[in-house]
Design a protein around this ligand. Structure first.
Ligand code: PEP
Ligand code: MG
Length: 755
């Protein structure tokens, strides 16, 4: 008999039992008879979890007097092992297995072969289903598959009959008990809450199909829809918004059109399962195979298939949308493979206490957004989604690069202490709010904030910064489903300027493209960008999309009527691009003049220095600009030729490398005496050790993430500029093995904390 026919004949008979009026115990008794007969096995037994123990609930072939008497601890005996590891066992000689535990009351000593599968409900093992045979033979694959399919049906029966012991159904080694996963700190901080999957798992309600043909059609339609979605992702540059990479997209495509996958799902439907159960059934099989895979590359691809399978499940069951759409109900630690900046912004920041990603890198925009939102983020937490369940208690320690899943009481107590300490430290920083950051030697350092959201404006006075050194105007574009109209832009800029009062705000014109793609700005060119960070983005896009830039120029000029306006252009690579961008503003200004509109009192134009080429033409640029802001996020990726969003490169290059620091030093030297105001606005400036180095090479203006203002002010007050300048000069002319180690020791010796 084929696997399909075997499973189908069992399912048809099971369906009748399930639909019958028998009480749950009676149904289980029938089930073991049917399976035993169908698989030609003398024994078929069901163990269910009750009060933390696996209890023999029904059997054909073992002593009936053992029912509800024989109990096994999780991990004890073969059934205990199946439940603990949520895995299948298929043994020709059961007694030869090291975990075999003989229970005389069952009378099982006559049976040699043994096969068992876990019964899984909501990702937890809630019991086991096993067959035994007198002849020592391994069960065939078709038989094992039939058992696995039946176990899915049983899980539905057991759950609906209330036989699942929810309290203690925390079996499965990986999914029970405390787990600590190490990752890469992307945004420091600590937080706690319940685990919420960004892409919620679909819970399958019905397993056995009423109408097989209808189920087949549902799967066909879902496949079509999924393929459309994937095509749309690649065609409309929407992909960057989701944070995925090209490589992943390619794998998605490969699987979406893989006939084998579709065929296996079809076969599972033929065996009598619903569309949802069939997709899950096939995925379970893949997961089991995945456990045996040692090759990390292949394992990654299997994760891609898992994601796609979940996508298919969501489509087929109509359970669409992310966890943000459903709204967060309590303090939450968000779990995802990766996220796009726009996706993160959809979450309620009051309830979002942390984000843990399987991928992620330090300067990806989603991380910058999280930093701006004050949300700790841990990245590179591999295999995370296999170790945590929706609703699990999670404590995130992004300071130490750890996430505690289902933490012990001791860990919880330690965290409670740390939460209290953090509150204390924040209170201490808050005291620095009105303190001006002078160095020990008396130089005033400008400490400004990076912002982009309406909510960020409040941070300005909260942390006592000198102004907004970088207002990322594209954030408004990212959170919007359609291109924000000029009036909406004007309103936002006006509100920002009003809230900032006398403090300067440097508006950066839109930096869309790269990993900040917006779906509504489709473009011939962006489609073709194989490397969007170096492609048609920021000013390059702005200058060609004249309408976009003109609208923004008008919005900014009108919003700043009667005030000072600072405008900064991103990704300037050659000085003429600055001229062309400024020209757009000049034209709008001239037009407003003809309309007798109120104009800004003064307008200052500046450029971001984030493309290395610009540093080579500073002599040409300096006479044209009022200020320059170095964007170390992009600058670093271009200097090292290392994609800032590529998780594999996340830990590879250090900001405190001689290459970067020497490059930056040349910029401070070239700018000195020009009258052009120079600052830093990359993430680097908000880290204490990096900020120390930047002060040492001549930077006097740092625009940083709001939460870093307190710590950086405190640092500034401990620094003697002559001393750190001399030290940096020495290290840069003959670099030590580790600049970071040297700087740390230097800071340590002066009582400067840097963590
Ligand atoms: C930078 O590149 O350093 C920068 C500040 O801009 P963004 O991170 O928005 O690209
Ligand atoms: Mg940049």
């Amino acid at each position: 008999m084929t696997a399909v026919a075997a499973a189908r004949s069992i399912l048809t008979r099971l369906h009748e039992v399930m639909a019958s009026r028998l009480h749950p115990q009676g149904k289980l008794d029938q089930v073991v008879q049917i399976i035993g007969e169908s698989l030609d096995s003398e024994v078929c037994s069901i163990y269910l979890l009750r009060e933390g123990m696996l209890e023999l609930f029904a059997t054909r072939g073992l002593e009936q007097s053992a029912v509800h008497v024989t109990r096994l601890a999780v991990g004890e005996g073969l059934n205990g092992i199946i439940a603990e590891h949520v895995e299948t066992l298929n043994l020709a000689e059961a007694a030869a297995h090291p975990d075999f535990a003989y229970r005389p009351e069952t009378g099982e000593d006559k049976f040699h072969s043994f096969a068992g599968v876990p019964i899984v409900h909501r990702e937890r093992a809630v019991g086991t289903l096993c067959v035994q045979h007198a002849d020592p033979r391994r069960y065939e694959d078709v038989e094992i598959e039939a058992l696995q399919t039946v176990a899915m049906v049983l899980s539905e029966l057991i759950a609906s009959a209330g036989l699942v012991d929810e309290e203690s159904s925390t079996l499965g080694e990986a999914l029970s008990g405390p787990q600590v996963i190490q990752g890469l700190t992307l945004v420091k901080g600590i937080g706690g809450g319940s685990a919420v999957f960004h892409q919620p798992r679909v819970h399958i309600e019905h397993v056995v199909a009423e109408d097989t043909e209808a189920e087949r059609q549902r799967v066909y339609r879902a496949f079509d829809k999924m393929r459309d979605q994937i095509e749309a992702m690649s065609n409309q540059a929407e992909f960057g918004v989701g944070g995925e990479h090209d490589e992943v997209l390619q794998t998605y495509k490969m699987f979406a059109y893989d006939e084998g996958w579709g065929r296996r799902i079809n076969e599972a439907i033929d065996s009598g399962l619903t569309a949802e159960a069939a997709i899950e059934r096939v995925q379970q099989r893949t997961r089991m195979r995945m456990r045996e895979i040692d090759d990390p590359l292949l394992a990654d691809r299997m994760h891609d298939l898992e994601d796609l399978s979940n996508r298919l499940l969501r489509i087929v069951s109509g359970q669409l949308g992310t966890a943000a759409t459903q709204g967060l109900k309590r303090d939450t630690i968000l779990i995802a493979r990766n996220l796009g900046p726009a996706e993160l912004l959809e979450y309620d920041r009051r309830r979002l206490k942390g984000v843990v990603l399987e991928e992620g890198s330090l300067t990806a925009h989603v991380v910058i957004v999280a930093r701006a939102m004050g949300i700790p983020v841990l990245g590179r937490a591999r295999a995370l989604r296999g170790l945590v369940r929706e609703g699990d208690e999670v404590l995130l320690d992004a300071d130490k690069g750890l996430v505690h899943i289902r933490p012990t009481q001791q860990t919880q107590d330690l965290f409670a202490e740390r939460f209290a300490q953090t509150r204390q430290r924040q209170a201490a920083y808050a005291e620095l709010r009105d303190v001006e950051p002078f160095t020990r030697c008396g130089t005033r350092i400008q400490v400004m904030i990076n912002a982009g959201l309406r909510d960020d404006i409040a941070a300005l006075s909260l942390v006592g910064a000198d102004g907004i050194g970088l207002f990322r105007t594209e954030f408004q574009f990212l959170v919007s489903a359609t291109l924000p109209q000029r009036e909406r832009q004007t309103r936002l800029y006006r509100d920002v300027l009003e809230a900032a009062g006398d403090k300067p705000v440097i508006f950066r014109t839109v930096d869309i493209g790269g990993d900040k793609a917006v779906p509504y700005l489709d473009s011939e060119n962006a489609d073709a960008d194989e490397n969007p960070a170096m492609g048609w983005r920021a000013l390059r896009l702005g200058l060609e999309r004249g309408g976009l830039m003109k609208a923004q120029a008008r919005a900014l000029l009108e919003a700043a009527a009667g005030k000072s306006l600072y405008v900064m252009f991103p990704m300037v690579s050659e000085p003429w691009e600055f001229d062309a961008a400024k020209d757009v503003f000049d034209q709008q200004l001239a037009w407003l003049k003809t309309q007798k509109k109120m104009l800004p009192d003064q307008i200052k134009f500046g450029a971001m220095l984030e493309v290395p080429a610009l540093a080579e033409t500073l002599d040409l640029l300096l006479p044209r600009v009022s200020f320059i802001s170095v964007g170390t996020n992009d600058l670093t990726q271009f200097l090292f030729a290392a994609d800032r969003a590529n998780p594999k490169l996340a830990e590879r290059y250090d900001w405190l490398s001689p290459a970067i620091l020497r490059f930056l030093k040349r910029i401070t030297q070239a700018t000195a005496g020009s009258g052009v105001d120079l600052g830093i606005c990359g993430e680097m400036g908000g880290r204490r050790l990096e900020a120390l180095a930047l002060l040492g090479i001549g930077f006097r203006r740092l625009s940083i993430t709001p939460v870093a203002v307190g710590p950086i002010k405190e640092l500034v007050r401990k620094v003697d500029l002559a001393e750190i300048t001399a030290a940096m000069d020495g290290w840069l002319s003959s670099p030590p093995v580790s600049m970071r180690a040297e700087l740390s020791a230097w800071a340590d010796a002066r009582g400067i904390e840097f963590d």
